[in-house]
Design a binder for this molecule. Structure first.
Ligand code: SF4
Ligand code: SF4
Length: 87
């Protein structure tokens, strides 16, 4: 039987940011590597009782997915939103 892992979801302008607290160990690597300092600590605790992360606002994320790529525990999922073409 497979276990469902719950995400906390934040809708941002350019992406949907999902964090899986059950996977996050609070290492801070995503926070350190985000080029726009979008990621901050959250009150929600992770697998080892350490803080998880969340985005600080809706517009600073550029949907680069660096946070997702550097997370050693696959605790972040970035789903890029389609951009509208200028007319
Ligand atoms: S997708 Fe890029 S800009 Fe957005 S939170 Fe992650 S590292 Fe930062
Ligand atoms: S989401 Fe990943 S990289 Fe970020 S603090 Fe949690 S475990 Fe570390």
């Amino acid at each position: 039987m497979s276990k469902k892992v719950d995400a906390i979801t934040f809708e941002m302008d350019k992406a949907t940011f999902n964090i899986f607290p059950e996977f996050c160990k609070g290492c801070g690597l995503c926070k350190e590597k985000c080029p726009n300092q979008t990621i901050i600590w959250s009150d929600k605790l992770g697998v080892y009782g350490t803080p998880t992360v969340k985005p600080k606002d809706e517009d600073s994320c550029i949907a680069c997915s660096i946070c997702e790529m550097v997370c050693p525990d696959c605790a972040i999922s970035i789903i890029k939103k389609k951009t509208r073409k200028a007319i």
